[in-house]
Design a protein around this ligand. Structure first.
Ligand SMILES: [Zn+2]
Length: 425
């Protein structure tokens, strides 16, 4: 059911595009028309890429081919000049040759000199649902490109399906269709006799800045030599999810630390504990670096083990573990546990404290399975779409609330905990 639902949604988008865009979409031309972000190279399938001589397969491409989350892969040549502020429409061609235009809704030149271009397919959603509570950006359809001089990182979401553009060496990029249903998540609950979590601060600033330290393991660096850039890029993309959910947090990178540490033969929980155990290495050095750069939370990139995190973390446990190939949704999901949010609450489940800290299954998305907000897990709904918003009953998507006051209000949970977390350092 959910698949046909996605198809219907795609059809709606495409019809909207058809009626809203008068000109041919693929032509490279001045402002007002669309410019293709990339062209396909001759090797457009996994088979074709695998059969390339090994001299033509860069270490980056070999690593991407080996990732279990790589559902489909094509080689493309990105038009780096296209990522400019005055190019208002960029067109993307998917592996099935479907072409989708995206209209710019955000542009930034960062302090480091990278360029960020973000947009969405043309849509009349805001006209059809004019309520001020309707979410500003479509959480299922978006494009986010960051340009780093000689390469880009791109995130594409269409009807909840994730595609990524990753540098693949030799001046080329790989377009990946991502299988998001591979990972499970069991955050760690501390069993020690700890003091109760302090009551949420009511006297808080209008906005909180939460700083993070990125830590990589030996295996993470082996899998992705640009892991620091990869995680920072995902957090920048995820910032849009928070902004769209009315959460007053700005995430800011405090630093990066390459830990001398192997995950080999260890579980997720062991890796997480080793990196925060300040009585021995590598935890000692991680703490020293965390204190030096004053990072409120730590995001550990792992090459072998699955993601996990400490639920409802204290300063000492504010660690989230993510895989090198995680999409932004998975990274912010683990950070979300640290901030005190949990998976989906459904009718009949027991009550927890606070009862509203859960993600939301948006049944209104159609079918019997609906679509999860960001704290959901893919297996909750048998492979349903992931909407890139946090549950919030005060906001609507296509006219329906994206949470409930009683059980599904992660936006409230984050806004109540953000002052405590930003004051960790
Ligand atoms: Zn989780």
């Amino acid at each position: 059911m959910i698949r046909s639902n996605k198809k219907n949604l795609t059809t709606v988008i495409l019809l909207s595009i058809f009626f809203l865009l008068p000109s041919k979409l693929s032509a490279a031309s001045p402002t007002g028309s669309s410019i293709a972000l990339y062209e396909f190279e001759p090797a457009v399938s996994r088979n074709a890429i695998e059969q390339l001589p090994s001299t033509e397969k860069s270490p980056e491409l070999t690593a991407l081919l080996a990732e279990p989350t790589t559902k489909e892969i094509s080689l493309v040549r990105v038009n780096l000049d296209a990522v400019k502020e005055n190019n208002k429409i960029l067109s993307i061609t998917l592996p099935d040759r479907q072409e989708v235009p995206f209209v710019q809704d955000y542009f930034e030149i960062t302090a480091e000199g990278t360029t960020v271009w973000a947009g969405a397919p043309p849509s009349d959603r805001r006209q059809r649902f004019p309520s001020p509570s309707e979410v500003k950006r479509d959480p299922l359809n978006m494009l986010f490109i960051q340009h780093y001089g000689d390469h880009v990182r791109g995130e594409i979401r269409l009807a909840g399906q994730a595609y990524r553009l990753e540098p693949a060496g030799a001046g080329l990029h790989a377009l990946l269709k991502v299988d998001q249903g591979q990972t499970t998540c069991e955050p760690v609950t501390e069993s020690d006799n700890l003091p109760a979590t302090p009551a949420p601060t009511t006297n808080r600033a209008a906005r909180s800045t939460i700083t993070y330290l990125i830590v990589s393991t030996d295996e993470a660096r082996k899998k992705n030599s640009l892991i620091e850039e990869r995680i920072e890029n995902s957090m920048k993309f995820a910032q849009r999810f928070l902004d769209n959910s009315d959460i007053d947090i700005t995430f800011e990178k405090a630093g990066y630390y390459a830990a001398t540490y192997s995950e080999n033969g260890k579980t997720s929980n062991t890796v997480l504990r080793d990196l925060r155990d300040t009585s021995a290495e590598p935890g000692k050095s991680v703490l020293a670096e965390r204190e030096r750069v004053r990072a409120d939370i730590v995001i550990v990139a792992a090459g072998l083990v699955d993601g996990t995190s400490y639920r409802d973390a204290r300063k000492e446990t504010a660690f989230a573990l993510v895989k090198t190939n995680s999409v932004a949704e998975e990274i912010i999901h683990q950070v979300g546990h640290v901030l005190g949010a949990d998976h989906i609450w459904k009718e009949g489940d027991p009550e927890f404290e606070p009862p509203y800290k859960f993600g939301y299954l948006m049944n209104f998305m159609g079918g019997t399975k609906g679509s999860n907000t960001l704290m959901g897990q893919y297996e909750n709904c048998g492979g349903c779409g992931m909407a890139s918003i946090f549950s919030n009953p005060r906001e609507t998507y296509v006219g329906h609330p994206t949470g409930t006051v009683e059980h599904n209000d992660v936006a409230r949970r984050f806004n109540e905990r953000r002052t405590e977390v930003e004051n960790f350092y």
